[in-house]
Design a protein around this ligand. Structure first.
Ligand code: SAM
Length: 286
């Protein structure tokens, strides 16, 4: 929603976050959603889909590093990775920093998000499109995981919130289909909202993971764009040991990859699984 000078995020009833807009760079209504890209003095370039902030150039590294490096370093030798959603391709860039990754498949429902991100978010996705390991599939993530015979070591669900096309990506049916696509020792990570404002989303997802996976958990990251405190990232695997990789092992794996990060460190990785009590209660309720 815009009055010409501001864009208002209206995801939560009773709360509104207003961004001043310096410049509208792109605005369109695709087959799937309303899309706007504008600039803001604090957050840089801001992408909103259906009035909900998706990514900003100022803090994308916090979200993308924690969504990617935590499962990839926990796994230790990820070769085949699947991203569901993730249209801005910032997550893909982080995944491709891992030399062990041989293929990265990204299934995104809306080509227009990728097309304009390729034009407007070169700050964080420029290296993705020429990487021969990267394959973009324009399709519904639910249909893809239900139909594919391929197996992945890590599946990362970088979805919109559970409204519109993203709703199916929070369903029992979807999590079961992802489970079927994972290699033994594999892990799924999901964007699971901000527990202070979206507790039910976390409780519901964890309950659904628990019906299928041996280990259903969450970890946290604080990301200014997703206001309201910590964001929860869902974690589902058949191997609980993946959450307890010793610090020395994570440090060795991180060092071996030889890239720099701005948020992720092996210490932050392990600490992210220590949940504030109200979030732990929500996970245990699930
Ligand atoms: N980081 C963001 C957040 O936390 O809200 C999510 C960013 S990313 C841009 C979300 C992407 O999921 C969008 O590009 C959207 O088009 C895509 N998406 C939504 N539903 C989908 C579906 N069913 N299958 C594949 N992609 C989907």
């Amino acid at each position: 929603m815009s009055d010409g000078l501001t864009f208002n995020e209206t995801l939560y009833p009773g709360v509104q976050v207003s961004y001043s807009c310096d410049d509208i760079l792109f605005q369109d209504r695709s087959e799937h959603q309303d899309l706007v890209l504008f600039t803001n003095a604090v957050f840089g370039k801001v992408l909103m889909l259906d009035g909900v902030t998706q990514v900003t150039t100022a803090d994308e590294f916090m979200y993308h590093e924690m969504m990617s490096h935590v499962p990839l370093f926990a796994h230790g030798s990820p070769r085949h990775v699947l991203i569901v959603g993730g249209g801005d391709c910032g997550l893909a860039e982080e995944v491709l920093k891992h030399g062990t990754v041989e293929t990265l498949t990204q299934v995104e429902i809306d080509r227009s998000v990728v097309d304009f991100s390729k034009l407007h978010f070169t700050e964080f996705n420029a290296s993705v499109f020429d990487d021969t390991r990267f394959e973009l599939v324009i399709a519904d993530g639910m249909e893809f995981v239900a139909e594919t015979d391929r197996k992945f070591d890590v599946v990362i669900v970088d979805s919109t919130d559970p409204h519109g096309p993203g709703e199916i990506l929070f369903s029992q049916e979807f999590y079961s289909a992802v489970h079927k696509c994972l290699t033994p020792g594999g892990v799924m990570v999901t964007q699971n909202g901000v527990p202070f404002l979206q507790k039910d989303e976390l409780v519901t997802s964890i309950a659904r993971f628990g019906r299928i996976f041996n280990d259903a958990a969450a970890y946290i990251a604080a990301i200014p764009t997703y206001f309201g405190g910590h964001m929860a990232l869902g974690w589902a695997s058949d191997h609980a040991a993946l959450r307890d990789v010793p610090l020395a092992v994570l440090e060795k794996r991180f060092k071996a990859q030889g890239f720099q990060t701005k948020y992720y460190t092996p210490e932050v990785h392990l600490a992210a699984f220590a949940l504030p009590r109200f979030i732990r209660d929500a996970v245990e309720e699930g």
